[in-house]
Design a binder for this molecule. Structure first.
Ligand code: C2E
Ligand code: MG
Ligand code: MG
Ligand code: MG
Length: 280
């Protein structure tokens, strides 16, 4: 009886696994088509001065709108693109859109840097780095208006290879952020080798600020390390006034979060920035 029961459960499990696989293949297929049709877009989220709320930069985030108007979140399709080897193509498309937006910002008289996300897979794949650099150079944009974000997760595996590329970018005057800092594999031993200008405090720590002593200590430690080793810091996912106050008290000067602004379509972000420029 119980064996039959287990057998049945096993078959059900197998079916649902197959369904997940089918859904992934379908998504991959749709994503390939969307890339081909240039149907993906970017949203820009402001990075702001935590005290004044003034714009200090933007982050470009990929957006995938379906025919029915619904949005598929990056957390669903980025891992699929990474697993299928489609991520570099996606990231280079996002870079193209980012470079266009950077030109629009300059035309609007706004000299604000824009960051774009890269998967660490990109930096481990031959060809991506040269192609990225070629596109940036061809854009004619000043390197210091562009910033590459790479998540700390996995970035420390084969880090030397990645770091060599990131150092080259830093030498060219581009900025480099370690995204989701504090959640990945880096150890204290690595901190002096980090090829980065900025550490982005992961939003899970910010979310627990004021509620968890652990999160408080971790953020304080990141602030102190950054000060000691010369990194800028951006706090991600700031949603409440209490979080803002606590971050200010810890010496954080730049943040990103719904409290200030959500990611917006490029035109709307330009409009937003016009009203959030600190008057000299
Ligand atoms: P990320 O680079 O750490 O980006 C921050 C994410 O947090 C974004 O989610 C943003 O919309 C969201 N966020 C911003 N402020 C708040 C807040 O106050 N509260 C909360 N709860 N969330 C906030 P999004 O756009 O869904 O992107 C998720 C992740 O997907 C990104 O995390 C990044 O790792 C990845 N991603 C996005 N665009 C790209 C891309 O073009 N290429 C690659 N490789 N990855 C991307
Ligand atoms: Mg990012
Ligand atoms: Mg992040
Ligand atoms: Mg992330």
């Amino acid at each position: 009886e119980s064996a039959r029961h287990d057998g049945k459960r096993f078959i059900e499990y197998d079916d649902s696994q197959q369904q997940v696989m089918r859904q992934r293949y379908h998504m991959l297929d749709e994503l390939r088509k969307a890339l081909q049709a240039e149907a993906l877009s970017i949203a820009l989220q402001p990075k702001v001065d935590i005290v004044t709320g003034a714009a200090v930069g933007f982050e470009a985030l990929v957006r995938w709108q379906q025919d029915d108007g619904s949005m598929t979140p990056p957390s669903e399709f980025i891992p699929v693109a990474e697993a299928a080897g489609l991520i570099s193509e996606l990231d280079l498309f996002v870079l193209k859109k980012t470079l266009e937006a950077a030109h629009q910002l300059i035309q609007a008289g706004l000299r604000l840097p824009i960051s774009f996300n890269t998967s660490s897979n990109d930096l481990l794949r031959p060809g991506y780095f040269d192609e990225m650099l070629k596109m940036v150079t061809a854009s004619g944009l000043p390197f210091n208006l562009l910033e590459l974000e790479v998540t700390e997760t996995q970035a420390m595996i084969e880090y030397q290879h990645i770091a060599t590329q990131l150092r080259k970018l830093l030498q060219l005057g581009m900025k480099v952020s370690i995204d989701d800092f504090g959640t990945g594999y880096s150890s204290l031993a690595h901190i002096t080798e980090l090829a980065a200008s900025t550490l982005k405090i992961d939003q899970t720590f910010v979310a627990r600020l004021g509620q968890s002593e652990g999160a408080n200590h971790i953020i304080e430690m990141i602030m102190r390390l950054s000060d000691r080793f010369g990194f800028h810091v951006v706090a991600e996912g700031v949603e409440t006034e209490q979080q803002r106050q606590l971050l200010i008290a810890k010496g954080c000067v730049v943040c990103q979060g719904y409290l200030f602004a959500k990611p917006m379509p490029v035109a709307q972000a330009l409009e937003w920035a016009q009203h959030h420029i600190l008057n000299p």
